[in-house]
Design a binder for this molecule. Structure first.
Ligand code: B12
Ligand code: SF4
Length: 535
């Protein structure tokens, strides 16, 4: 039977989500394990031998490659550089390579050097690959029919392939897809607009497997939008709550959801009951016209600030995504965004440049308008390498606005100020947890490392740290844990914001020195008149 070496490629270094500093203080090597590959592993015949190497947490040894009959790899866009490198590494040892995952699915032509391309959700296509391999076929392309996979048949990921202590948190997936239709989004192109959910039994079996294997602490529901199918979620949450109650709440959960979560007090109460503590929300822009143009209508007709504060009242912290660079954005975008972030008191905001991802409505429109530029993702992500199109506002103005937002929201005074506000606003949990000495000891060490970092390695933050610590301990001590988690985040975000600002200033300097025709000189750039008009 074949030996399958699964390799999760390294993420680009300069990205918002490269939380190395957080992992260092937390005592882990990477943030979370490769759920996609672990799911594919569970779909392979049980007598195939599988080894998993996560290049973000492990070293790929020659021995691993010598052992393998095939290498399976792939992931998302900021892993592309390493995935392509891995294909060459495996080929140098004459090992066939199978690629799959979101980026190969979106742009298979980039991965032409792989022997096999297994595209789409693996459940719907892996069977054809296995049959071909068993029949002696050693190259080919297999493609899943879009959005047909019945996730109620998806097996639990192979958690046995990873070591928990290497990661900050675990991931599970309840549903795939999102009902909304944001123009820039590739989720709906990859996973569809009709959310498909697992059954209660399936999900409880996954959390039970983690529990029995000894894992405790944070689990992230990696759903595209956990509330995409509210009916299914309403069915699931009481079962999850009962499971948690019976075991003394061994897990706390985070997820990703759309802003309309704030409208549903009952659902918020259910999430709180199951011990959800955090949610990522794409807010994107404070400007209603911009939101309408990007087809993010679910964020309009509402008071965004009030909505976020409703989540705090349910004991849920928010990380939010914002984007600069939309077509009909006004010159006031920077101040509007800064004011909005301040009013919402969201400490951790992923502010990035609009990026036309392959295989999206946005990319198709820009192509039609002849405004699309090549997408470069060599070292970073949309925070460092976005805006791959001819912009309607002068490019320099957009970069300046982006810089102003980063400078304002990640200034220590502003960040720690928002953190103090949110730590006061969060409502305490409504249930008692069983005391887990191991988890508490781990959190204590985490606290100690953050303390050391704040006072010895980065003394410039010490004043802010102690002010925030005192305020939180006095007003709402149960949130100290979340305070520490956010401060650890800042150990990455503070320097990352400085790094991005420096790059933006270099790019603006370059634009100042060059004539408007510069864009037209780029490969794949539009006609000179259009480029000149756009700059
Ligand atoms: C969790 C997650 C993260 C985590 C990653 C944690 C980790 N270690 O994996 C974090 C928060 C770090 C992250 C960050 C980012 N992410 Co992300 N992320 C996700 C998310 C929500 C879930 C991933 C997951 O676990 N899915 C569950 C598994 C079961 O699904 P799957 O990975 O698709 O795997 C299935 C198939 O793709 C296939 N498959 C997967 N791998 C392989 C390999 C082989 C060989 C085969 C045959 C098949 C196969 O089989 C699996 C079963 O069907 C996805 C959305 C999604 N629905 O997947 C976005 C997603 C992968 N992220 C995306 C992006 C763009 C990013 C960011 C750039 C910015 C952002 N939007 O947040 C950053 C970059 C990270 C960095 N460090 O540079 C895009 C990728 C688009 C693309 N074309 O590549 C996605 C699709 C969503 C999106 N639009 O935001 N992300
Ligand atoms: S709400 Fe999020 S996942 Fe859904 S379409 Fe919009 S950007 Fe995509």
């Amino acid at each position: 039977m074949p030996n399958v070496l699964m390799v999760f490629p390294r993420f680009n270094q300069h990205s918002f989500w490269n939380l190395q500093a957080v992992c260092d203080t937390y005592g882990s090597l990477a943030q979370s394990p490769p759920l996609g590959l672990m799911t594919v592993a569970a779909l392979l015949p049980t007598d195939w031998n599988v080894r998993l190497v996560d290049r973000n947490a492990d070293i790929l040894e020659d021995d691993d490659l010598d052992w393998a009959d095939m290498v399976m790899t792939g992931g998302m866009l900021p892993q592309r550089v390493d995935t392509l490198k891995l294909i060459d590494i495996a080929h140098a040892r004459a090992k066939p390579v199978v690629v799959g995952g979101p980026d190969p699915t979106s742009v298979p032509e980039v991965y032409g050097s792989a022997d096999f391309q297994v595209l789409g959700e693996a459940e719907g296509v892996i069977g054809s690959f296995i049959a071909a391999w068993n029949a002696g076929v050693r190259s080919g392309r297999f493609e899943e029919e879009k959005f047909q996979v019945d996730v109620t048949k998806t097996p639990a990921p192979r958690f046995d392939l990873i070591e928990f202590k290497r990661y900050s948190y675990m991931g599970v997936q309840f549903s795939r897809g999102c009902p909304f239709n944001c123009e820039f989004c590739d989720i709906i192109e990859l996973y569809g607009r009709v959310p498909r959910s697992k059954t209660n039994e399936q999900m409880l079996a996954e959390v039970e497997a983690l529990y029995l294997a000894g894992y405790r602490g944070h689990i992230n529901f990696v759903d595209d939008n956990l509330i995409g199918n509210k009916k299914a979620l309403r069915r699931f949450l009481p079962a999850l709550t009962a499971w948690q109650q019976a075991r003394g709440y061994p897990f706390e959960f985070s997820t990703e959801a759309s802003m309309n979560l704030a409208d549903d007090a009952q659902l918020l109460a259910m999430l709180r009951g199951a011990n959800f503590f955090g949610v990522f929300i794409g807010i994107e822009s404070p400007d209603t016209d911009t939101l309408i143009a990007m087809q993010k209508k679910q964020n309009t007709r509402r008071d965004l600030v009030e909505g976020i504060h409703k989540l705090y009242s349910a004991g849920i912290v928010v990380i939010a995504g914002f984007i600069v660079g939309f077509d009909n954005e006004r010159n006031s975008v920077a101040q509007g965004m800064i004011d909005c972030i301040e009013a919402m008191s969201i400490p951790v905001c992923m502010v990035g440049l609009l990026t036309a991802l392959p295989n999206t409505q946005l990319t198709r429109r820009l192509e039609r308008e002849k405004r699309l530029l090549p997408l470069v993702v060599e070292q970073g992500d949309h925070c460092t390498e976005g805006l791959n199109f001819v912009t309607t506002r002068p490019r320099r103005d957009i970069l300046a606005d982006y810089r102003d937002v980063l400078a304002a929201v990640y200034a220590p005074d502003a960040f720690f100020g928002r953190l103090r506000t949110v730590c006061r606003a969060l409502k305490p949990p409504c249930h008692a947890k069983t005391f887990e000495p191991r988890v508490h000891w781990h959190n204590l060490k985490f606290f100690g490392r953050v303390l050391w970092w704040m006072s010895v390695r980065e003394p410039r933050y010490a004043r802010h740290f102690w002010a925030t610590f005192a305020s939180t301990a006095w007003h709402n001590p149960w949130t100290l844990k979340y305070m520490i988690f956010h401060i650890a985040f800042y150990l990455h975000l503070g320097p990352f914001a400085e790094f991005v600002i420096k790059r933006l200033e270099e790019e603006m300097g370059e634009l100042d020195r060059q004539p408007p025709a510069r864009l037209a000189a780029q490969p794949g750039a539009p006609e000179p008149e259009l480029a000149a008009a756009a700059t």
